[in-house]
Design a protein around this ligand. Structure first.
Ligand SMILES: [Zn+2]
Length: 501
């Protein structure tokens, strides 16, 4: 009997210990939860969008300064470095181009009496300076070259039958084959890249390149000193087609139907001027911080949360990249600070990964997957955040069969945040199109990959345009994203039942 009593007391005490430990965990969790504030996050957004960082174009000293600022913050909070040489950085080469002013685009119009007028277009709506353009000016006839594709094996060549030497080519984005979920698209995908299109124009001797890709900043384009590049909007495009009895829409529709090019000399003469300076010596980096797990076995497993730190820099006017993607960076920073300071020991390791070179063609994320800090097999998941700061709800996407990873986010929201939540775990859909986000570099080689979004955006989005400033952000949703990540990752890191076969 006495022995039974002792046992009973022992069980009671150990039960109490568990309850106390749970209380303690919850107290610590919530204590730090309430210290994640939109006020502090807004200060970080403003810092990232300040003139000091000049639009964070990867390769520039200003981008490196922004990377150093993030690293200083991580250090301040006790997040350890996990970069190449005991510091926070993983370096790679990243040549870049500085666009010194807005340049110019104009059309020569010959009137019925033979006199000539010059029509100048307006930046940034009617034209946008090419961000890796050669430096100089070209005046020449505009030659329409459809999609700018030469694919002999597909029996398709936009440059057949036209001579573009010394001329300006007018080229559409994408390829004639449109269904990116059809395996047939695989044959075309190599031809849809901006880099390829410019390279092909250079190969054919073009001196100017007008890109029908929406007039916006894009550093993900080939640099070739011999060609002057410019993105164009709808007005110059319709002026080029004026009097020609057809339009770009009509021609691209026909090309898509027949797979026959429709290239021709437009007879219109334009001038493109670009004022650029090339920097082949540029360096870019990822910033990597880690909270090491304490469990002797589980600490070798890692949960990675990441987003791109870089933006598109300055092409005439600065593009501060508040939504794209200071928002993702600051969400991660909010969670990182809370996790580092909560006093809760994590069993698994958690990595905070800030990419460079996303806007230059997903360079930093590819570099990480080629030189990972933890082996792929030990990575529980990679979670990507890109443009998460304009909205009213929360969404988390995880492909099957990783549905269970969603539950940490669902629970964090239903227990503490109470936003509208959409969790989706679609069957992995085959996609053969152009990779468009850092998560592609992880998912395409078999990492379990997730992404977080903020649906219900009601502010205007200035995608890759001047105006992507702190006031384009809804900071209250960002506070909740950071809180959700903080709670979900803390639980994921400590869940001993989470396993993958
Ligand atoms: Zn982005």
């Amino acid at each position: 009997m006495k022995r039974f009593k002792i046992l009973l007391i022992f069980f009671l005490i150990s039960d109490l210990a568990i309850i106390n430990a749970q209380d303690d965990f919850e107290t610590k969790l919530l204590n730090q939860f309430h210290k994640i504030t939109s006020e502090e996050m807004m200060v970080w957004i403003e810092k990232l969008c300040s003139p000091e960082f000049n639009g964070r174009l990867t390769g520039t000293p200003e981008f490196i300064a922004s990377a150093e600022w993030v690293a200083i913050k991580l250090k301040e909070w006790g997040v350890k470095p996990a970069g190449d040489e005991g510091d926070y950085f993983q370096w790679f080469d990243q040549p870049y181009t500085v666009v010194n002013d807005i340049g110019n685009l104009s059309l020569k119009i010959t009137q019925s009496d033979g006199s000539v007028i010059i029509k100048n277009y307006n930046y940034p709506v009617e034209y946008y300076p090419g961000m890796n353009s050669g430096n100089g000016e070209v005046t020449a006839e505009v030659i329409y070259a459809g999609y700018g594709v030469s694919a002999p094996e597909l029996n398709y060549d936009d440059y057949k039958g036209i001579d573009v030497k010394g001329k300006i080519v007018l080229v559409n984005r994408d390829v004639p084959y449109a269904d990116t979920r059809n395996p047939e698209y695989k044959k075309w995908v190599g031809y849809c890249y901006h880099q390829y299109k410019l390279e092909n124009a250079v190969k054919h001797g073009a001196a100017g390149f007008l890109y029908i890709d929406g007039a916006s900043a894009n550093p993900n384009i080939l640099y070739a000193p011999s060609i002057i590049v410019c993105g164009i909007g709808t007005q110059p495009l319709s002026d080029i087609f004026a009097g020609l009895n057809t339009s770009n829409t009509e021609l691209t529709t026909r090309i898509k139907k027949t797979f026959k090019p429709a290239s021709f000399n437009t007879g219109k003469v334009m001038t493109i001027r670009a004022n650029t300076t090339r920097h082949p010596e540029g360096k870019g980096c990822n910033v990597i911080g880690i909270i090491e797990g304490v469990d002797p076995k589980l600490k070798n497993e890692v949960i990675i949360i990441g987003g791109h730190l870089d933006a598109v820099g300055r092409a005439g006017k600065v593009v501060n990249g508040a939504l794209d993607n200071a928002s993702g960076v600051v969400d991660i920073m909010g969670a990182a600070k809370a996790m580092a300071q909560s006093g809760i020991q994590l069993k698994r390791s958690v990595m905070f990964l800030f990419f460079g070179g996303e806007e230059n063609g997903l360079i930093g994320s590819r570099f990480y997957t080629q030189k990972p800090v933890f082996p792929k097999e030990k990575t529980i998941t990679f979670i990507n955040l890109d443009m998460v700061g304009n909205g009213t709800g929360l969404s988390v996407n995880a492909s099957n069969p990783y549905k269970q990873l969603l539950t940490y986010f669902e629970e964090a929201n239903s227990k503490y945040i109470h936003r509208q939540f959409r969790g989706s775990a679609p069957e992995p859909m085959e996609y053969y199109g152009r990779p468009r986000s850092d998560s592609f570099n992880f998912s395409s080689i078999g990492y379990r990959t997730m992404s977080i979004g903020t649906p219900g955006g009601y502010k205007r989005v200035f995608y890759h345009l001047p105006g992507d400033d702190p006031d384009a952000i809804t900071i209250d949703i960002m506070e909740d994203v950071a809180k959700m990540i903080y709670v979900a990752l803390t639980n994921m890191a400590n869940d001993t039942t989470l396993t993958f076969k």
